[in-house]
Design a protein around this ligand. Structure first.
Ligand code: ATP
Ligand code: MG
Length: 577
């Protein structure tokens, strides 16, 4: 069953737009989502005269498909409104951040095609501005230095039902606060000894407004600023300032920040930014049967369950790229999912649908046999090899054709022969005739088995009159199967991936660990036609009747490619029209 991943109306609109068939019509038919509507309103009312968006990752892990949604959404809006898009590292938390992550994020954002050009920024470059904002707040009596411990601050904060209590340090004078904050900056105090807090309202129904912490002491080296600072701003204080400094107009974030919006607005107002940005929230993207969420992914990487951040079973952007997903397929996916205010899970099958759609006309359809059994044509002239022309993609003639060697000894898929077939089995069985794709009709005359009764060789005869393209019509066959000529076949490692968790049985085990699918990676050796041995990393193909495959960028060597299955051909997902 497919979950409802986007509103039914939107699905119908997209289906209608596709039906109408041109991009222009499609644009006009699909209505604007709520963020576009808000932007339209702001522009019409003169709140802003331009649009400026950003993607603000924290460099504490690799990006995943959820981030891809945010990148595509933000960069897409900038493009749509003729505005600009910034990539900004939200690097205010030195203990968790690494240069490796910074580099991978830049690569991923570029690969997705989000154009940030030279607008690459680091929140840490604004530490001085943030510090000055904090001093301004102190001078206005809107911030104070507090000596309570983290534990005490939590206790004083109260909860949903209980109002908070004022900190005993709340009424310190401006002068005293300025001096203490200066000492925090100078490194006079240990981590956790003092914090700077906003002075808002301990009785606010919104807990985020109960004198939140703005700055903490952390004697930690930062990947960008080194040891220049030993005080670091908290996210809720830093983020609005970063946006305001960059003249962001629409600060688009996920729903969990909705309750933080009053604080966001408070910070930009009290820090006296002109024409401040506004925050708009949308629902996070969750996918079934895979692991989203940086923390979970990090754990799988660190405990060695997967082979690195780009293991093709993950949905990090690096993993999707390695697996053979394309930026186009991800954009199509994000468009289909739509933008919503309600959290929901999208079926992984929909992502598969998008990559199939993207590749189906673009990629050549090649022959590879993944579970081989020998087929011998007993009336084939001994030692003869014939080069047969094979169209690369019957649905896209512009891909041309190639020649494929054919001989009297072939490999076919084991499942394409049955000694005792059930009804409606139209492939090979004794006495039956099938077409070998782009080649000849062959009729099964017998088979051999080993001691266990397992089929080892299938025998047949071919009819030279039936050559593909010869116009032969005297009789018809019901089955067509693919093949690879044995003497010239290449052997390649193929990795057959399945979803890493099986949601049917529940995503988590009783102990809270992930319910991993033990069959998520299966390795087989396939026989392939010679062309497939020449492929380069990231090249992808359809293996007819099997699926789409991409040459692994890590483990392939020249002349010896390793193939990752991107997706099988069968789909449980259909876009309803
Ligand atoms: P995670 O939840 O996986 O730990 P994060 O929110 O901590 O991710 P950030 O680096 O802070 O990661 O995220 C950068 C941006 O990506 C934020 O604006 C965030 O709202 C957005 N984002 C993160 N996860 C998703 C998601 N699943 N769907 C859409 N946007 C997301
Ligand atoms: Mg975050």
């Amino acid at each position: 069953m497919i979950n409802y991943y986007c509103s039914k109306n939107r699905m119908e609109e997209i289906a209608m737009a596709e039906y109408m068939n041109t991009a222009e019509e499609a644009k006009e038919t699909v209505s604007k989502h709520f963020i576009e509507q808000e932007i339209d309103k702001d522009l019409a009312q003169g709140v802003y005269d331009h649009v400026q968006t950003r993607f603000p990752p924290e460099p504490n892990g690799y990006l995943h498909v959820g981030h891809a949604k945010s990148i595509i959404l933000n960069s897409g809006l900038a493009k749509e409104y003729g505005g600009k898009f910034n990539l900004r590292f939200d690097d205010t938390n030195p203990e968790k951040e690494k240069i490796e992550y910074v580099q991978s994020i830049i690569e991923d954002v570029k690969w997705l095609g989000a154009e940030f050009e030279d607008r690459l920024f680091y929140a840490s470059d604004y530490f001085q501005t943030m510090y000055e904002c904090a001093v301004l707040l102190i001078k206005k009596g809107k911030a104070f230095v507090c000596d309570l411990s983290a534990e005490e601050i939590r206790e004083y904060r109260g909860d949903f039902n209980t109002p908070g209590k004022n900190s005993p340090y709340r009424d310190r004078s401006v002068e005293e606060n300025l001096e203490l904050f200066e000492n925090m900056k100078k490194g006079v105090y240990k981590d956790g000894e003092k914090v700077l807090r906003a002075k808002i309202d301990m009785a606010s129904p919104n807990i985020n407004m109960r004198d939140p912490v703005l700055y903490r002491v952390a004697h930690a080296s930062h990947h960008n600023t080194g040891d220049a600072w030993c005080i670091y701003p908290m996210y809720d204080f830093a983020h609005p300032i970063e946006d305001a400094v960059e003249h962001i107009t629409h600060s688009i974030c996920t729903l969990e920040f909705e309750d933080h919006r009053p604080l966001y607005d408070w910070v930009v107002k009290e820090c006296e930014f002109e024409n401040p940005p506004r925050q708009i929230e949308f629902a996070k993207l969750y996918l079934t049967n895979v692991v989203t969420g940086k923390r979970y992914i990090k754990k799988l990487v660190e405990d060695g369950t997967v082979d690195g951040w780009d293991d093709p079973r993950l949905v990090t952007i690096a993993a999707l790229r390695r697996r053979g997903y394309t930026p186009e397929s991800l954009r199509m996916f994000v468009d289909l999912v739509g933008v919503s205010k309600a959290n929901s899970s999208v079926d992984y099958a929909m992502l598969e649908y998008c990559i199939r759609e993207d590749l189906k006309l673009k990629k050549p359809r090649m022959m590879a046999v993944l579970d081989p059994v020998k087929l011998v044509i007993d009336n084939w002239p001994a030692g003869k090899t014939e080069m047969l022309p094979v169209p690369n993609n019957l649905e896209n003639e512009s891909l041309g054709e190639r020649v494929v060697p054919f001989s009297g000894e072939l490999y076919i898929e084991r499942e394409d022969f049955m000694a005792e077939p059930p009804k409606k089995y139209f492939r090979l069985f004794p006495g039956n005739e099938v077409r070998l794709m782009s080649a000849y009709f062959v009729k099964c005359t017998g088979y051999e088995t080993d001691a266990d009764g397992r089929v080892t060789v299938v025998h047949c005869t071919y009819d030279p009159e039936t050559k593909s393209g010869s116009g032969f019509t005297a009789r018809k066959v019901k089955g067509t199967i693919h093949w690879v000529s044995a003497p010239t076949a290449g052997q390649v490692e193929c990795r057959l991936y399945e979803n890493i968790v099986d949601e049917e049985k529940g995503k988590l085990n009783a102990d809270g660990s992930l319910n991993l699918n033990p069959n998520s990676k299966k390795v087989v050796t396939a026989f392939v036609e010679p062309e497939l041995m020449k492929a380069k990393v990231y090249d992808s193909f359809q293996f007819v009747r099997n699926g789409f495959y991409c040459v692994d960028c890590r483990d392939s060597v020249k002349g010896k490619p390793v193939y990752n299955r991107i997706v099988s051909l069968k789909s449980s997902f259909k876009l309803t029209k």
